[in-house]
Design a protein around this ligand. Structure first.
Ligand SMILES: C[S@@+](CC[C@H](N)C(=O)[O-])C[C@H]1O[C@@H](n2cnc3c(N)ncnc32)[C@H](O)[C@@H]1O
Length: 324
């Protein structure tokens, strides 16, 4: 049964039974980038290490509630160490929560200029810090999918290339896990299909050597017109706009995650639900969802969004859900 829970991710996850969800797809708040206006929010910690520790605690609970064959699809972007002033320090100040960061003389919030060897201007490397922390805690790190943003925002920066990608790590609870590669296979490009057809023809001089001679096999066989999904995904940034919410992931980005990671009727978890993209896609694809967010207003808006979705595949549960 689908449901939304309002509160801190760790606390809400603790209320869910062990092994009760099939997969998790989520994008946690980035480090030092946005102020979601809640005192318990993640992303405003005083150092990257504290931020990673808080996220790791959330994913410990996700691991507990995941089915043994469950997967986690984790979208995460990087941050740059700032000058100690400016928007990053404001976000890190967390509405005045980190009072020790407030400099009374300059009347600005100042974050440390270096953290554990990270200098101002350095890329912090948050995605890999998190991936390695989760691997250390028992997750199987299976893929680093690159989300190539085909319409990324221009940057005014003049001393490095414009950032145009984020990571989606595929992590599994067990070495063998549910992954429906057929559900997300891609059609072969015409030129590749032609090459493949030539390669398998009886007249191909290399075919026997390569052990792929199969002149009797019928190329028109459905499966042979597809290839396995690759790990660079080209998806433009969001089409859906919700006034108050920032950093929504596009529906097209998480469709393959949900299709490969769960069966129809399965349960999809998102502990950082935001505008409810995970719920919207899960419902459209005939899955149930559990969404968690600190911000009650986001959840109300998310529920309205999901209520408007007409499932492509109807199951007993996609009829409705309720904010708990
Ligand atoms: C990057 S946004 C998620 C966006 C979402 N993927 C979407 O498509 O709308 C991160 C969300 O995490 C929520 N959040 C921040 N700290 C949290 C915490 N401790 N527990 C639960 N949610 C939290 C924020 O309110 C925000 O909605």
């Amino acid at each position: 049964m689908s449901k939304l829970l309002c509160g801190d991710a760790v606390e809400c996850l603790k209320t869910l039974p062990a092994e009760s969800v099939n997969m998790c797809v989520t994008s946690p708040p980035y480090y030092g980038l946005r102020d979601y206006g809640e005192s318990d929010q993640i992303g405003i910690e005083a150092s990257p290490r504290e931020y990673i520790e808080r996220l790791a605690a959330v994913f410990d609970e996700v691991q507990r509630v995941l089915a043994k064959d469950g997967t986690l699809w984790l979208n995460i972007g990087d941050s740059y160490a700032g000058s100690g002033k400016g928007p990053m320090s404001l976000a890190l100040a967390g509405n005045g929560k980190n009072k020790n960061l407030y400099n009374k003389e300059s009347r600005i919030y100042e974050v440390p200029k270096t953290w554990e060897g990270i200098k101002p201007k350095d890329m912090i490397g948050i995605p890999w810090m998190l991936a390695f922390a989760l691997r250390d805690r028992g997750w199987y790190l299976r893929s680093d999918i690159i989300w190539h943003k085909t319409n990324c925002l221009p940057e005014s920066i003049k001393d490095r290339p414009t950032k145009s990608y984020e990571h989606i790590f595929l992590l599994a609870k067990s070495p063998h896990y549910y992954y429906d590669y057929m559900a997300i296979r891609e059609p072969l490009k015409d030129v590749s299909a032609e090459r493949y057809r030539r390669g398998r023809s009886a007249t191909n001089k290399y075919a026997d050597k390569q052990g792929i001679s199969s002149a009797h096999e019928d190329f028109s066989d459905f499966d042979q017109q597809f290839r396995r999904k690759r790990d660079v995904w080209e998806v433009s940034t969001n089409s859906y706009k919700m006034d108050e919410h920032f950093a929504m992931f596009p529906e097209r980005l998480i469709e393959p995650c949900i299709l490969a990671g769960s069966k129809i009727g399965g349960v999809v978890l998102d502990p950082f639900f935001g505008s409810g993209t995970t719920g919207a896609v899960a419902k459209r694809l005939g899955r149930s969802y559990i969404g968690i967010d600190l911000n009650a207003h986001y959840l109300e808006k998310a529920q309205e969004r999901i209520d408007r979705i007409v499932p492509k595949i109807k199951t007993a549960d996609t009829a409705g859900s309720g904010l708990k």
